[in-house]
Design a protein around this ligand. Structure first.
Ligand code: CP
Ligand code: NVA
Length: 300
């Protein structure tokens, strides 16, 4: 039987998503050091790209649960020397209980999953970042309750985070307004699949109107460093600042997956202001992924 993977938010139902959020909140508020459901279990973590939050949260989460995490980089494994993904997936999954991958191509994770005998978790690809959405949605639920029917506004690049927001809107049933400059719109197939959940706007200000949550991300993602200059020019009217927050509901929240660039995609005033919950959001990576590991590895 194929193991249960977590590669996209479309891999889970709305009910499962809400259960994960509730479980994450419970694990956060009632930490029991004696609860070690993953004792003796091992998570392999393959990072083709840098990470602070994802690496530490998975590693700490496995430690809390009595298990262990192994960090693998292509530089010092045979993955970086061209060993076929299929072979690597078969070998690694024969020795560990779960595999997390952070890669460039989304297909790397889907191929890995096809040949893995244990659950595979997407720790970010160029296309999606579903683990971040578990934490973001936990953070929203903690502060405001269920997000169903609410309006979330995405401002900036139609990137991996934007795509995962689109899929979260489908699974949790909220409205997503997107303002992205021409040439940096989200993938059409992903947008079209979301139907009425997604609406595209020409300006950041019109997209922000009546929002309950405003979200943005860096203008140049990992792997796009060479495009930084041209992207800064293309995105100059897409900064989340006080004017944008002023167009949203008075109690609107601000989120950013981090790392952030104050003065680019977000003003320092908003990033460090009272509506910003970015550090609670970052901490929740730990709790949300503990709930995910439990869901994937301890399911009866
Ligand atoms: N938000 C996020 O995934 O952060 P890292 O790149 O530090 O893991
Ligand atoms: N869009 C960003 C997210 C980082 C967590 C990137 O891919 O670099």
């Amino acid at each position: 039987m194929q193991p249960r993977h977590f590669i996209s938010l479309l891999d889970i139902s709305g009910g499962e998503f809400r259960n994960l959020i509730n479980r994450a909140i419970d694990l956060k508020n009632h930490r029991d050091p004696d609860y070690q459901p993953l004792k003796g279990q091992v998570l392999a973590m393959v990072f083709e790209k840098s990470s602070t939050r994802t690496r530490i949260s998975f590693e700490a989460g496995m430690a809390h649960f009595g298990g262990k995490a192994i960090f693998l980089s292509p530089r010092d494994t045979q993955l970086g020397r061209g060993e076929p993904l299929e072979d690597s997936a078969k070998v690694i999954s024969s020795m560990v209980d779960c595999i997390m991958l952070r890669t460039f191509k989304h297909e790397t994770v889907t191929t890995f999953a096809k040949y893995s005998s244990v659950p595979v978790i997407n720790g970010l690809t160029d296309e999606q970042h579903p683990c971040q959405l578990l934490a973001d949605m936990q953070t929203y639920f903690e502060q405001r309750g269920d997000i169903q029917g609410k309006t979330v506004t995405w401002i900036g690049d139609g990137n991996n985070m934007c795509h995962s927001y689109i899929q979260a809107a489908m699974v949790l049933d909220f409205k997503l307004h997107i303002a992205a400059p021409t040439g940096y719109q989200p993938d059409k197939t992903i947008v079209n699949a979301a139907g009425k959940h997604v609406q595209l706007f020409d300006t950041a200000l019109t997209a922000a109107k009546n929002a309950d949550l405003i979200v943005t991300d860096v203008w140049a993602s990992m792997g796009q460093e060479d495009e930084q200059k041209q992207r800064c020019a293309a995105f100059k009217n897409y900064q989340v600042n006080a004017e944008i927050m002023g167009a949203a509901h008075a109690d609107a929240l601000f989120m950013h997956c981090l790392p952030a660039h104050r003065g680019e995609e977000v003003s320092a005033e908003v990033m460090d202001g009272p509506q910003s919950i970015v550090f609670a959001e970052a901490e929740n990576r730990l709790h949300a992924q503990k709930a995910l590991l439990e869901f994937l590895l301890c399911a009866k």
